[in-house]
Design a protein around this ligand. Sequence first.
Ligand code: ZN
Length: 243
Amino acid sequence: MGFLTLIFGTMACGKTAELLKIVSKLQEHNSRCHLRDQKEFAVFKPSLETRDAETVITSRSGQSFDEAIAVKNITELGGEILQHKPQVIIIDECQFFEFGKDNDPQKFIKLIRGLLKNGRDVILCGLIQNCYGGEFEILSSLCHEADEIINPHTTCSCGKTASRTQRLQMGYPTPITDPIIVVDDDNSHDLCYSYEPRCKECWEIPDEAHPHLLVFRQNLDKIDQLKVILDNLRESLQPKTAD
Ligand SMILES: [Zn+2]
């Protein structure tokens, strides 16, 4: 049986830094030992995750790894693993494999159990709890099977330990009626989402959107039109270079 490591915590708690620490240890191991004792590893990430370029994984403290393999869904992930046959499989942002076309938490879990059974070591990184306090199925289901759990914490703005993720839009907490996964990848809109780690006391889940937030949502299209006008204005005000 392979060794299963889970890395989870709130947004911005240092999960990616922990993942990159493992990558760097593997790189060091491979640079020190004979070829036959080296550990082939591969790092995967969902291509839905848009914080970085397709192959790059960057921690908030600035470390990065630029040879990650971006995959659209579980089928693609399985295919890439089969092709590369790594001994150690590292997967970032696992929660994204629970949603969207060809994704399903139980299908993902089945793939991981199969890899472990085949003696591969697996490191999974991501969220175990969504921003409304519910569970993400993949990491919460695999928790009791894990050989190692890495659970970094960060601090809430009030100074207490943060154990929750707060989703904000325009600085206002988003209501419980919003979808759990929102990927701000539509370039035509800046949806102004942000996330921050909070303690249980500071964490807020309103039943409905703040009136200011409602106005913002109703005016997203108008904001886009204004942006175009502003961009055109900015361009027309640029000093003209002499030919
Ligand atoms: Zn707090």
